[in-house]
Design a protein around this ligand. Structure first.
Ligand SMILES: Nc1ncnc2c1ncn2[C@@H]1O[C@H](COP(=O)(O)OP(=O)(O)OP(=O)(O)O)[C@@H](O)[C@H]1O
Ligand SMILES: [Mg+2]
Length: 286
């Protein structure tokens, strides 16, 4: 869970400096040695010990004793850095409630220019934790994988939204920092939670949006009923874009076919609509 917003606000400038130093040093160390952190920040031993203690209590930093005294940034600390930057830029003023959670992300409401959505990408969190458990047996290779994977995933999603909006019905991309994407809030529900009185036109609209994206050179890559939302006006929205591929991708045909099949199968199962795959594909790539 991201850190409470008040933690971000109450963070001492020295603590912020430590988090930033850790972020930088974790390119080289999985566990940053105390002495390295001391020279990177320029703090006295007692100051650094005190500030690290607070960061550990706030669950932003983890300490390991073996094989040597080392410190690592963990997700709450990384969340804090992103929230700090987004607040400083004026993109958001406050973090609200959690509205969604997936395998590799957490989605929150926030106050920006009106209500906005913050998607925290969390790629490799589980494997990172597994590595952490077995850490005693791992070589200290550095290159913290979850930081790169998660920020890369956020960049990918932001890139797709920027390329697609507004031609395709996707959330408006507002900002991105580290592993966080800020986008407009969609006042609707997931397709899986809706019972459509007129499913036919929604299916058509979904296919037309896939087609529009395809025309812009982009295939969703993880499309299913779970990544479509519908609003009160009956408009559909395609969300969750980090795994998009270009239409020039070597497996593009396969990936596009899977996206389309997932949607067709859902409308067949739930609404009994028989839309032939070939016809749907032709509509998309026309
Ligand atoms: N812009 C948005 N406006 C309103 N709700 C959103 C928005 N983006 C996401 N959500 C909600 O959050 C949920 C999760 O978002 P999303 O599908 O993007 O990520 P995810 O499914 O967690 O990712 P993963 O596929 O890695 O598990 C959505 O199903 C939806 O209910
Ligand atoms: Mg999803």
């Amino acid at each position: 869970m991201p850190v409470p917003a008040e933690y971000v606000q109450s963070l001492h400038p020295y603590e912020l400096r430590i988090l930033l130093a850790l972020e930088r040093l974790m390119r080289r160390y999985t566990w940053v040695p105390f002495e390295i952190l001391k020279s990177a920040t320029g703090f006295s031993e007692s100051e650094l010990t005190y500030r690290l203690g607070r960061l550990i209590n706030m669950d932003m930093v983890r300490y390991e004793k073996t094989p040597y005294d080392g410190y690592a940034l963990i997700f709450d600390g990384y969340d804090t850095l992103a929230l700090h930057t987004l607040t400083k830029r004026g993109t958001i003023q406050a973090l609200g409630t959690r509205i969604g959670v997936g395998k590799e992300s957490e989605v929150y409401e926030a106050m920006g220019l009106g209500v906005v959505v913050l998607k925290f990408h969390r790629v490799g969190q589980r494997s990172f934790q597994a590595v952490r458990l077995k850490r005693g047996y791992m070589p200290d290779t550095g290159h913290c994988p979850w930081i790169f994977a998660s920020s890369n995933s956020a960049k990918m999603e932001y890139e797709a939204l920027t390329a697609l909006h507004p031609a395709v019905s996707v959330p408006l991309p507002i900002d991105q920092n580290r592993h966080v994407v800020v986008m407009s809030f969609i006042p609707g529900v997931n397709l899986t939670q809706a019972t459509l009185t007129e499913p036919g036109p929604i299916l058509d609209a979904i296919l037309d949006n896939i087609s529009e994206a395809y025309g812009l050179g982009i295939i969703h890559g993880d499309l299913s009923e779970f990544n479509v939302m519908v609003d009160q006006e009956g408009q559909c929205w395609l969300i969750d874009w980090p795994q998009w591929v270009e239409t020039a991708h070597p497996n593009a045909d396969e990936i596009l076919a899977r996206d389309i099949r997932n949607i067709l199968q859902y409308f067949k199962r739930k609404y009994g609509i028989d839309y032939a795959f070939d016809e749907a594909l032709a509509r998309v790539v026309e």
